[in-house]
Design a protein around this ligand. Structure first.
Ligand code: ASP
Ligand code: MG
Length: 406
Protein backbone atom coordinates (compact mmCIF):
# COMPACT_ATOMS: atom_id res chain seq x y z
CA UNK A 1 0.00 0.00 0.00
CA UNK A 2 1.26 3.45 -0.85
CA UNK A 3 0.11 6.92 0.07
CA UNK A 4 -0.21 9.00 -3.09
CA UNK A 5 -1.01 12.64 -3.76
CA UNK A 6 -2.43 13.34 -7.21
CA UNK A 7 -3.00 16.81 -8.53
CA UNK A 8 -5.27 17.57 -11.47
CA UNK A 9 -4.98 20.91 -13.26
CA UNK A 10 -7.75 23.04 -14.70
CA UNK A 11 -7.88 21.39 -18.13
CA UNK A 12 -8.18 17.98 -16.44
CA UNK A 13 -11.31 19.03 -14.53
CA UNK A 14 -12.67 21.37 -17.20
CA UNK A 15 -16.17 19.87 -17.29
CA UNK A 16 -18.38 17.21 -15.73
CA UNK A 17 -17.17 14.41 -18.03
CA UNK A 18 -13.54 15.20 -17.31
CA UNK A 19 -14.21 15.25 -13.57
CA UNK A 20 -15.82 11.84 -13.90
CA UNK A 21 -12.83 10.52 -15.78
CA UNK A 22 -10.52 11.89 -13.08
CA UNK A 23 -12.67 10.05 -10.55
CA UNK A 24 -12.26 6.83 -12.53
CA UNK A 25 -8.48 7.20 -12.43
CA UNK A 26 -8.57 7.73 -8.69
CA UNK A 27 -10.83 4.72 -8.23
CA UNK A 28 -8.17 2.56 -9.90
CA UNK A 29 -5.62 3.61 -7.29
CA UNK A 30 -8.10 3.00 -4.48
CA UNK A 31 -8.94 -0.43 -5.89
CA UNK A 32 -5.22 -1.20 -5.95
CA UNK A 33 -5.22 -0.59 -2.19
CA UNK A 34 -3.59 2.82 -2.08
CA UNK A 35 -4.44 5.80 0.10
CA UNK A 36 -5.13 8.75 -2.13
CA UNK A 37 -5.29 12.50 -1.62
CA UNK A 38 -6.41 14.40 -4.70
CA UNK A 39 -5.64 18.08 -5.17
CA UNK A 40 -7.76 19.87 -7.74
CA UNK A 41 -7.54 23.20 -9.53
CA UNK A 42 -10.50 25.27 -10.64
CA UNK A 43 -12.11 24.29 -13.94
CA UNK A 44 -10.10 25.70 -16.87
CA UNK A 45 -10.80 29.40 -17.36
CA UNK A 46 -12.69 29.84 -14.09
CA UNK A 47 -9.88 31.53 -12.16
CA UNK A 48 -9.37 34.02 -14.99
CA UNK A 49 -13.08 34.75 -14.99
CA UNK A 50 -13.05 35.35 -11.23
CA UNK A 51 -10.03 37.65 -11.51
CA UNK A 52 -11.93 39.51 -14.23
CA UNK A 53 -14.89 40.13 -11.90
CA UNK A 54 -12.57 41.52 -9.24
CA UNK A 55 -10.86 43.85 -11.74
CA UNK A 56 -14.21 45.03 -13.08
CA UNK A 57 -15.41 46.11 -9.64
CA UNK A 58 -12.23 47.35 -8.04
CA UNK A 59 -8.97 48.39 -9.69
CA UNK A 60 -7.02 48.82 -6.46
CA UNK A 61 -8.62 45.88 -4.80
CA UNK A 62 -8.36 44.65 -1.21
CA UNK A 63 -6.23 41.52 -1.67
CA UNK A 64 -8.11 39.68 1.08
CA UNK A 65 -11.35 39.98 -0.87
CA UNK A 66 -9.55 39.08 -4.11
CA UNK A 67 -8.57 35.84 -2.38
CA UNK A 68 -12.10 35.25 -1.10
CA UNK A 69 -13.32 35.47 -4.70
CA UNK A 70 -10.60 33.62 -6.64
CA UNK A 71 -10.28 30.75 -4.14
CA UNK A 72 -13.88 29.76 -4.86
CA UNK A 73 -13.11 27.95 -8.13
CA UNK A 74 -11.26 25.18 -6.32
CA UNK A 75 -14.06 24.73 -3.79
CA UNK A 76 -16.43 23.84 -6.61
CA UNK A 77 -14.15 21.23 -8.21
CA UNK A 78 -13.26 19.68 -4.85
CA UNK A 79 -16.93 19.13 -4.03
CA UNK A 80 -17.77 17.88 -7.51
CA UNK A 81 -14.85 15.45 -7.58
CA UNK A 82 -15.85 14.05 -4.17
CA UNK A 83 -19.39 13.60 -5.49
CA UNK A 84 -18.18 11.87 -8.67
CA UNK A 85 -16.18 9.44 -6.51
CA UNK A 86 -19.14 8.76 -4.25
CA UNK A 87 -21.27 8.02 -7.32
CA UNK A 88 -18.72 5.32 -8.21
CA UNK A 89 -19.01 3.80 -4.77
CA UNK A 90 -15.74 5.27 -3.52
CA UNK A 91 -15.83 6.89 -0.12
CA UNK A 92 -14.58 10.48 -0.45
CA UNK A 93 -14.87 13.94 1.06
CA UNK A 94 -13.72 17.43 0.17
CA UNK A 95 -11.24 19.46 2.23
CA UNK A 96 -10.89 23.23 1.96
CA UNK A 97 -7.73 25.07 2.96
CA UNK A 98 -9.15 26.20 6.30
CA UNK A 99 -10.44 22.73 7.15
CA UNK A 100 -7.09 21.02 6.69
CA UNK A 101 -5.42 24.08 8.06
CA UNK A 102 -3.04 24.98 5.29
CA UNK A 103 -1.48 27.86 7.20
CA UNK A 104 0.11 30.59 5.09
CA UNK A 105 1.63 34.02 5.61
CA UNK A 106 -0.52 37.10 5.06
CA UNK A 107 0.74 38.03 1.59
CA UNK A 108 -2.70 37.71 0.03
CA UNK A 109 -2.72 36.75 -3.63
CA UNK A 110 0.78 35.29 -3.41
CA UNK A 111 0.88 33.62 -0.01
CA UNK A 112 3.49 31.09 1.03
CA UNK A 113 2.62 28.01 3.02
CA UNK A 114 4.00 27.90 6.56
CA UNK A 115 2.57 24.61 7.75
CA UNK A 116 -0.01 21.96 7.05
CA UNK A 117 -1.64 19.88 9.73
CA UNK A 118 -2.17 16.54 8.05
CA UNK A 119 -3.42 14.68 11.12
CA UNK A 120 -7.15 14.69 10.56
CA UNK A 121 -6.68 13.96 6.89
CA UNK A 122 -4.42 10.99 7.56
CA UNK A 123 -7.04 9.61 9.96
CA UNK A 124 -9.75 9.96 7.36
CA UNK A 125 -7.58 8.46 4.63
CA UNK A 126 -6.59 5.49 6.72
CA UNK A 127 -10.30 4.71 7.06
CA UNK A 128 -10.32 4.36 3.29
CA UNK A 129 -11.74 7.78 2.51
CA UNK A 130 -10.27 9.65 -0.46
CA UNK A 131 -9.32 13.21 0.51
CA UNK A 132 -10.24 15.66 -2.22
CA UNK A 133 -8.39 18.89 -1.53
CA UNK A 134 -9.11 22.34 -2.95
CA UNK A 135 -5.72 23.46 -4.25
CA UNK A 136 -4.43 27.04 -4.39
CA UNK A 137 -5.92 28.06 -1.02
CA UNK A 138 -4.93 28.37 2.60
CA UNK A 139 -5.67 30.39 5.66
CA UNK A 140 -3.75 33.50 6.72
CA UNK A 141 -2.66 34.35 10.28
CA UNK A 142 -5.67 36.66 10.49
CA UNK A 143 -7.97 33.74 9.74
CA UNK A 144 -8.78 34.93 6.23
CA UNK A 145 -8.72 32.83 3.06
CA UNK A 146 -5.43 33.21 1.20
CA UNK A 147 -4.29 32.03 -2.25
CA UNK A 148 -0.86 30.89 -3.37
CA UNK A 149 -0.38 32.78 -6.64
CA UNK A 150 -1.40 31.66 -10.11
CA UNK A 151 -0.64 28.03 -10.75
CA UNK A 152 -0.55 27.53 -6.98
CA UNK A 153 -2.28 24.14 -6.81
CA UNK A 154 1.01 22.54 -7.83
CA UNK A 155 2.45 23.95 -4.65
CA UNK A 156 -0.58 22.81 -2.62
CA UNK A 157 0.00 19.27 -3.89
CA UNK A 158 3.71 19.17 -3.13
CA UNK A 159 3.27 20.74 0.31
CA UNK A 160 0.55 18.23 1.09
CA UNK A 161 2.71 15.34 -0.12
CA UNK A 162 5.44 16.51 2.26
CA UNK A 163 3.01 16.92 5.17
CA UNK A 164 1.42 13.50 4.58
CA UNK A 165 4.80 11.91 4.02
CA UNK A 166 3.43 10.58 0.74
CA UNK A 167 5.30 8.06 -1.36
CA UNK A 168 4.64 9.98 -4.54
CA UNK A 169 3.19 13.22 -5.86
CA UNK A 170 1.78 12.99 -9.38
CA UNK A 171 1.03 16.25 -11.15
CA UNK A 172 -1.53 15.40 -13.83
CA UNK A 173 -1.72 17.92 -16.61
CA UNK A 174 -2.57 18.37 -20.27
CA UNK A 175 0.97 17.52 -21.39
CA UNK A 176 2.44 14.08 -20.81
CA UNK A 177 5.66 15.22 -19.19
CA UNK A 178 8.50 17.71 -19.29
CA UNK A 179 9.98 18.25 -22.74
CA UNK A 180 13.43 19.33 -23.87
CA UNK A 181 11.69 22.45 -25.14
CA UNK A 182 8.20 23.61 -26.07
CA UNK A 183 6.88 20.91 -28.46
CA UNK A 184 4.40 23.38 -29.94
CA UNK A 185 7.38 25.27 -31.35
CA UNK A 186 9.97 22.58 -31.91
CA UNK A 187 8.38 19.47 -33.41
CA UNK A 188 11.51 17.46 -32.60
CA UNK A 189 11.27 18.16 -28.86
CA UNK A 190 11.57 15.02 -26.73
CA UNK A 191 9.91 14.04 -23.50
CA UNK A 192 12.41 13.59 -20.68
CA UNK A 193 12.15 10.47 -18.49
CA UNK A 194 13.90 12.23 -15.65
CA UNK A 195 15.05 15.71 -14.81
CA UNK A 196 16.83 16.98 -11.68
CA UNK A 197 15.09 19.27 -9.19
CA UNK A 198 17.62 21.98 -9.96
CA UNK A 199 17.07 21.81 -13.69
CA UNK A 200 13.31 21.75 -13.23
CA UNK A 201 13.57 24.76 -10.98
CA UNK A 202 15.45 26.67 -13.67
CA UNK A 203 13.07 25.47 -16.37
CA UNK A 204 10.05 26.60 -14.36
CA UNK A 205 11.45 29.98 -13.44
CA UNK A 206 12.84 30.61 -16.92
CA UNK A 207 9.50 30.24 -18.62
CA UNK A 208 8.49 26.58 -18.99
CA UNK A 209 5.00 26.68 -17.56
CA UNK A 210 4.59 23.01 -16.52
CA UNK A 211 5.00 23.53 -12.79
CA UNK A 212 4.77 26.50 -10.46
CA UNK A 213 8.36 27.38 -9.49
CA UNK A 214 7.57 27.37 -5.80
CA UNK A 215 6.31 23.79 -6.00
CA UNK A 216 9.67 22.61 -7.34
CA UNK A 217 11.51 24.48 -4.59
CA UNK A 218 9.36 22.73 -2.00
CA UNK A 219 9.76 19.31 -3.62
CA UNK A 220 13.52 19.75 -3.62
CA UNK A 221 13.57 20.88 0.00
CA UNK A 222 11.41 18.01 1.25
CA UNK A 223 12.60 15.38 -1.20
CA UNK A 224 9.12 14.78 -2.57
CA UNK A 225 9.03 12.26 -5.44
CA UNK A 226 7.43 14.34 -8.10
CA UNK A 227 6.07 13.13 -11.41
CA UNK A 228 4.62 15.24 -14.23
CA UNK A 229 2.20 13.02 -16.05
CA UNK A 230 -0.75 13.20 -18.44
CA UNK A 231 -4.30 13.34 -17.14
CA UNK A 232 -5.55 11.52 -20.17
CA UNK A 233 -3.21 8.56 -20.70
CA UNK A 234 -1.47 5.93 -18.61
CA UNK A 235 1.99 6.48 -20.09
CA UNK A 236 4.73 7.23 -17.57
CA UNK A 237 5.56 10.93 -17.40
CA UNK A 238 8.69 12.76 -16.28
CA UNK A 239 10.16 12.12 -12.85
CA UNK A 240 11.78 15.03 -11.02
CA UNK A 241 14.60 13.56 -8.97
CA UNK A 242 17.94 14.10 -7.28
CA UNK A 243 20.97 14.31 -9.53
CA UNK A 244 22.40 10.99 -8.33
CA UNK A 245 19.32 9.17 -9.61
CA UNK A 246 20.17 10.05 -13.18
CA UNK A 247 22.77 7.73 -14.61
CA UNK A 248 23.11 8.96 -18.17
CA UNK A 249 23.26 12.70 -17.74
CA UNK A 250 22.75 14.82 -20.81
CA UNK A 251 24.87 17.92 -21.02
CA UNK A 252 21.81 20.05 -21.66
CA UNK A 253 18.41 18.94 -20.43
CA UNK A 254 16.24 21.65 -21.81
CA UNK A 255 15.79 24.97 -23.49
CA UNK A 256 13.31 27.39 -21.97
CA UNK A 257 12.05 30.72 -23.19
CA UNK A 258 10.12 33.57 -21.71
CA UNK A 259 8.32 36.32 -23.55
CA UNK A 260 7.48 38.05 -20.29
CA UNK A 261 10.63 40.15 -20.35
CA UNK A 262 11.30 43.78 -21.17
CA UNK A 263 14.56 45.63 -21.53
CA UNK A 264 15.54 49.08 -20.29
CA UNK A 265 18.72 50.89 -21.32
CA UNK A 266 20.03 54.02 -19.64
CA UNK A 267 22.61 55.76 -21.76
CA UNK A 268 25.47 57.92 -20.57
CA UNK A 269 25.21 57.08 -16.91
CA UNK A 270 28.03 58.45 -14.73
CA UNK A 271 30.71 55.78 -14.16
CA UNK A 272 31.14 56.26 -10.43
CA UNK A 273 30.36 54.43 -7.18
CA UNK A 274 26.74 54.44 -6.08
CA UNK A 275 25.13 54.70 -9.49
CA UNK A 276 23.97 51.07 -9.71
CA UNK A 277 22.65 51.30 -6.16
CA UNK A 278 20.85 54.49 -7.14
CA UNK A 279 19.04 52.72 -9.97
CA UNK A 280 18.32 49.31 -8.53
CA UNK A 281 17.57 50.40 -4.96
CA UNK A 282 14.37 52.26 -5.88
CA UNK A 283 13.32 49.43 -8.19
CA UNK A 284 13.69 46.95 -5.35
CA UNK A 285 11.75 49.30 -3.05
CA UNK A 286 8.95 49.25 -5.62
CA UNK A 287 9.04 45.40 -5.55
CA UNK A 288 10.19 45.28 -9.16
CA UNK A 289 12.32 42.26 -9.89
CA UNK A 290 15.35 42.97 -12.03
CA UNK A 291 16.72 39.97 -13.86
CA UNK A 292 19.60 40.44 -16.29
CA UNK A 293 21.98 43.39 -15.94
CA UNK A 294 24.86 44.57 -18.12
CA UNK A 295 27.06 47.53 -17.59
CA UNK A 296 29.89 48.42 -19.91
CA UNK A 297 33.25 49.71 -18.90
CA UNK A 298 33.43 53.27 -20.13
CA UNK A 299 36.13 54.41 -22.57
CA UNK A 300 36.85 57.59 -20.76
CA UNK A 301 36.08 56.49 -17.20
CA UNK A 302 33.27 59.01 -17.07
CA UNK A 303 30.08 57.71 -18.68
CA UNK A 304 28.66 54.33 -19.62
CA UNK A 305 25.40 52.59 -20.59
CA UNK A 306 23.46 50.25 -18.31
CA UNK A 307 20.96 47.73 -19.64
CA UNK A 308 18.69 45.55 -17.51
CA UNK A 309 15.51 43.53 -17.81
CA UNK A 310 12.30 43.49 -15.79
CA UNK A 311 9.04 41.61 -16.18
CA UNK A 312 6.86 42.97 -18.98
CA UNK A 313 4.04 43.71 -16.56
CA UNK A 314 6.42 45.81 -14.45
CA UNK A 315 7.84 47.79 -17.37
CA UNK A 316 5.63 50.84 -17.00
CA UNK A 317 6.28 51.12 -13.28
CA UNK A 318 10.00 50.51 -13.74
CA UNK A 319 10.28 53.30 -16.30
CA UNK A 320 8.35 55.67 -14.06
CA UNK A 321 10.52 54.76 -11.06
CA UNK A 322 13.77 55.41 -12.91
CA UNK A 323 12.52 58.55 -14.65
CA UNK A 324 11.47 60.02 -11.32
CA UNK A 325 15.14 59.93 -10.36
CA UNK A 326 16.57 61.22 -13.59
CA UNK A 327 18.10 64.28 -11.90
CA UNK A 328 20.06 62.25 -9.34
CA UNK A 329 21.10 59.57 -11.76
CA UNK A 330 22.08 61.98 -14.50
CA UNK A 331 21.68 59.62 -17.44
CA UNK A 332 21.04 61.01 -20.88
CA UNK A 333 18.32 58.76 -22.36
CA UNK A 334 16.05 55.94 -21.21
CA UNK A 335 15.14 53.46 -23.94
CA UNK A 336 12.71 50.63 -23.27
CA UNK A 337 11.89 47.64 -25.43
CA UNK A 338 9.36 44.92 -24.74
CA UNK A 339 9.79 43.00 -28.00
CA UNK A 340 12.38 40.70 -26.54
CA UNK A 341 12.51 37.07 -25.49
CA UNK A 342 14.81 35.40 -23.01
CA UNK A 343 16.09 32.04 -24.22
CA UNK A 344 17.92 29.80 -21.76
CA UNK A 345 19.78 26.53 -22.03
CA UNK A 346 19.76 24.49 -18.85
CA UNK A 347 21.73 21.49 -17.69
CA UNK A 348 23.62 20.30 -14.62
CA UNK A 349 26.23 18.90 -17.02
CA UNK A 350 27.41 22.49 -17.51
CA UNK A 351 29.16 22.43 -14.17
CA UNK A 352 31.79 20.10 -15.47
CA UNK A 353 31.96 21.03 -19.14
CA UNK A 354 33.47 23.97 -20.95
CA UNK A 355 32.16 25.34 -24.21
CA UNK A 356 28.42 25.16 -23.52
CA UNK A 357 27.93 28.90 -23.90
CA UNK A 358 30.08 28.96 -27.02
CA UNK A 359 27.81 26.39 -28.72
CA UNK A 360 24.88 28.66 -27.96
CA UNK A 361 26.54 31.80 -29.26
CA UNK A 362 27.70 30.25 -32.51
CA UNK A 363 24.36 28.53 -33.19
CA UNK A 364 22.62 31.88 -32.83
CA UNK A 365 25.26 33.70 -34.88
CA UNK A 366 24.85 31.21 -37.71
CA UNK A 367 21.19 32.17 -37.91
CA UNK A 368 22.07 35.86 -37.82
CA UNK A 369 20.46 36.34 -34.42
CA UNK A 370 21.97 39.17 -32.43
CA UNK A 371 22.41 38.66 -28.69
CA UNK A 372 21.47 41.71 -26.64
CA UNK A 373 22.15 40.62 -23.07
CA UNK A 374 23.73 37.51 -21.56
CA UNK A 375 23.49 36.09 -18.06
CA UNK A 376 24.73 32.84 -16.61
CA UNK A 377 24.52 30.72 -13.52
CA UNK A 378 26.17 27.43 -12.67
CA UNK A 379 23.63 25.42 -14.64
CA UNK A 380 22.17 27.81 -17.21
CA UNK A 381 23.04 30.36 -19.87
CA UNK A 382 20.38 32.90 -20.82
CA UNK A 383 20.38 35.33 -23.70
CA UNK A 384 18.02 38.10 -24.63
CA UNK A 385 17.16 38.34 -28.33
CA UNK A 386 14.48 39.98 -30.44
CA UNK A 387 11.11 38.34 -29.88
CA UNK A 388 10.56 37.60 -33.59
CA UNK A 389 13.48 35.13 -33.41
CA UNK A 390 11.91 32.92 -30.72
CA UNK A 391 11.11 29.98 -32.99
CA UNK A 392 14.30 30.22 -35.01
CA UNK A 393 16.46 30.40 -31.89
CA UNK A 394 14.75 27.48 -30.15
CA UNK A 395 15.04 25.23 -33.18
CA UNK A 396 18.67 26.16 -33.83
CA UNK A 397 19.68 25.53 -30.20
CA UNK A 398 17.72 22.32 -29.91
CA UNK A 399 19.63 21.00 -32.88
CA UNK A 400 22.99 22.41 -31.84
CA UNK A 401 22.87 20.59 -28.50
CA UNK A 402 21.86 17.34 -30.15
CA UNK A 403 18.44 17.27 -28.51
CA UNK A 404 16.40 16.65 -31.65
CA UNK A 405 14.43 13.43 -31.69
CA UNK A 406 15.60 11.19 -34.56
N1 ASP B 1 -6.75 27.93 -10.35
C1 ASP B 1 -5.54 28.59 -10.00
C2 ASP B 1 -4.94 29.28 -11.22
O1 ASP B 1 -5.45 29.22 -12.28
C3 ASP B 1 -4.56 27.67 -9.38
C4 ASP B 1 -4.07 26.56 -10.28
O2 ASP B 1 -4.70 26.23 -11.27
O3 ASP B 1 -3.03 26.00 -9.98
O4 ASP B 1 -3.92 29.90 -11.09
MG1 MG C 1 -1.14 24.79 -13.64
Amino acid sequence: MARIVKKFGGTSVADVEKIQSVARRIKKEVDAGHQVAVVVSAMAGVTNELVGYVDAISRMYDAREYDAVVASGEQVTAGLTALALQEMGVSARSWLGWQIQVKTDDVHGKARIHSIDGKEMIESMSKGEVAVVAGFQGISPGGRISTLGRGGSDTSAVALAAALDADRCDIHTDVDGVYTTDPRIVAKARKLDKITYEEMLEMASLGAKVLQTRSVELAMKHNVRLQVVSSFSDEPGTLVVNEDEIVEKELISGIAYSRDEAKITLTQVADKPGVAAGIFGPLADASINVDMIVQNVSDDGKRTDITFTVGKTDLERAVATVEARKKDLGYSKLVSDSEVVKVSVIGVGMRSHAGIAQTMFSALAEKGINIQVISTSEIKVSVLVREEYTELALRALHEAYGLDAE
